[in-house]
Design a protein around this ligand. Structure first.
Ligand SMILES: [Zn+2]
Length: 254
């Protein structure tokens, strides 16, 4: 279901319940039920990027035995250790970078690019207020990051990942006007929450055979060790690490 089809369904259900309530056929408590249903669907759509509720999102792979590596929230001094592991295994990755971080670490941003990886937009400030921002602020966060990432790296930016994977009608509306592909994930490592590398590895390992887009954070020190294990596992189990650029057509860069 998308936001537009939900709106139509919600209006029809509300009118039907209002009519039946007016006729005395059902209790007015149904109105509370339909409101709770609406809130639940909107909350799910906001928090679940792969539901494609507010904006079409690339979050799944079709072919078996493949893995796309994505890293959020850098560039960060720890990104260098991540890059070293990727280089050792000749594995391509996409880094969703924060504009502000890129301004602080332009050399690391350029190393990501020169080692053949993709840089995507993860907003200028990664604000905790992302889900509550007005359209103008949402647009600024995205456009400012694109401007800074492009001028620092000299490469066009084609991909975007919203902070926390959160979208809503305002964010969806702004994204529809921008030449960016929205990239989600279907395997969340939870590396910002699970700090024990062994526990983290045990969480990820059983899910690696499902052909996933995995979400890591290059800001996390213990992610380096788990990445190493992930790449060794993929190598020994015939899982190919593929690049986002091989799977998705890049939009024309206006
Ligand atoms: Zn993030």
């Amino acid at each position: 279901m998308t936001y537009n089809s939900f709106k139509i369904l919600f209006v029809i259900l509300t009118l039907a319940i209002a009519f039946l309530g007016w006729q005395g056929a059902i209790s007015w408590l149904w109105i509370i039920g339909i409101i709770l249903f609406g809130v639940a669907i909107l909350s799910y759509g906001s928090a679940t990027l792969q539901s494609n509720f507010f904006t079409p999102t690339f979050s799944k792979l079709k072919e078996p035995n493949e893995l796309i590596l994505t890293f959020d929230d850098g560039p960060h001094p720890n990104t260098l250790a991540i890059l070293e592991v990727l280089k050792k295994h000749q594995a391509p990755a996409t880094f969703f970078c924060i504009g502000k971080q890129a301004q602080q670490h332009p050399d690391i941003l350029n190393q990501i690019i020169s080692e053949g990886h993709i840089v995507g937009n993860h907003t200028q400030n990664h604000s905790n207020k992302w889900g509550w921002m007005r359209s103008k602020a949402v647009r600024y966060e995205i456009e400012e990051a694109t401007k800074n990432l492009e001028s620092l790296s000299g490469k066009p930016i084609h991909f975007f990942r919203p902070p926390f994977g959160v979208t809503n009608p305002r964010i969806g509306k702004v994204l529809r006007t921008l030449p960016l592909k929205i990239i989600g994930w279907d395997l969340r490592s939870l590396d910002t929450t699970i700090k024990n590398p062994e526990k983290l590895w045990q969480r990820i390992k059983p899910k690696l055979n499902n052909s996933s887009i995995i979400l890591f954070h290059d800001t996390q020190e213990h992610t380096v060790e788990v990445l190493e294990k992930t790449l060794e596992y993929c190598q020994s189990h015939g899982i190919k690490i593929v690049s986002l650029a091989d799977k998705i057509e890049t939009p024309s860069h206006a």
